[in-house]
Design a protein around this ligand. Structure first.
Ligand SMILES: NC(=O)c1ccc[n+]([C@@H]2O[C@H](COP(=O)([O-])OP(=O)(O)OC[C@H]3O[C@@H](n4cnc5c(N)ncnc54)[C@H](O)[C@@H]3O)[C@@H](O)[C@H]2O)c1
Length: 246
């Protein structure tokens, strides 16, 4: 098991799904956890309880990552409570699917603001922390559709492709400060986000491993990227997709 003892991890979208799994796996590996969420207070507090039961320090913060001033205040609060940030996992994300012709400006804007601008806000307001510490790990959750595009997901695919460009840029800016920045691109993972998918059987035909992934499959990759063992990996994309995209 990878060792994250004495590390402080900030995980956006930590109240459920993939983010929850990342909080729990990182806590099991020894990290203290600040989890960020917008909805489902009871779920966030449940994750807090589970992390605390693992003997780790934990706090849940309600914050809309798309809002720059909220994120600025959030980062100050986190630093006050935890003193530093070692690992930043930008996992929070939303989708709002429609063919581009029928997609409203508001829908396009909302998804870009949450997924891409939100990721930027989190990095922007923790940047100096990483520079000062002269070390750190930034892990951005994109999607395989950021690599391939997907009919009906102009907003989502653009946001996820943007995250890849952002990641490579931050890797280039902060490499000399011993900070790595990488992308995890999940395929189809069983979470609330994918419960509405209707053509599951058609999708399964294209997944080499013949099943949807679990949140833990993504969390395992995140724990690895956060660990010392991944010290020489930066600016790259790890696909966790069961072989959907080769
Ligand atoms: N589930 C999949 O198949 C899949 C595939 C590829 C990529 N992803 C990506 O993985 C990430 C997690 O997906 P999931 O399936 O666990 O989603 P989910 O809908 O289960 O959870 C999303 C989390 O993000 C938080 N969130 C949403 N908007 C926010 C905002 N503005 N500010 C702060 N927090 C906010 C929610 O509170 C929640 O905790 C997302 O970025 C998603 O795009 C998921």
């Amino acid at each position: 098991m990878f060792d994250l003892k004495n590390k402080i991890a900030v995980v956006t979208g930590g109240s459920r799904g993939i983010g929850k799994a990342i909080c729990l796996k990182m806590a099991q590996s020894g990290a203290d956890i600040a989890l960020i969420y917008t909805s489902h207070d009871e779920k966030a507090h449940q994750v807090e309880k589970e992390v605390s039961n693992l003997g780790r320090k934990v706090a849940a913060f309600k914050c809309n990552i798309a809002n720059d001033s909220e994120v600025k205040n959030l980062m100050n609060e986190i630093i006050k409570k935890f003193t530093k940030i070692d690992i930043l996992v930008n996992n929070a994300g939303i989708c709002d699917d429609k063919l581009a012709f029928n997609m409203s400006y508001d829908s396009f804007d909302k998804v870009i603001r949450t997924n891409l601008v939100g990721t930027f806000n989190m990095i922007h307001h923790s940047y100096l922390n990483f520079v000062k510490n002269n070390s750190g790990r930034i892990i951005n959750i994109s999607s395989i559709v950021g690599l391939t595009g997907n009919a009906g997901q102009a907003n989502y695919a653009a946001s996820k492709a943007g995250i890849i460009g952002l990641t490579k840029t931050i890797a280039k800016e902060l490499g000399r400060k011993n900070v790595t920045c990488n992308v995890i691109a999940p395929g189809f993972i069983d979470t609330d986000m994918t419960t509405k998918i209707e053509n599951k059987n058609d999708i399964l035909k294209n997944i080499l491993l013949n099943e949807f992934g679990t949140p833990n499959d993504v969390a395992n990759a995140a724990v690895f990227l956060a660990s010392d063992e991944a010290r020489y990996i930066t600016g790259t994309i790890i696909k966790v997709d069961g072989g959907l995209v080769l």
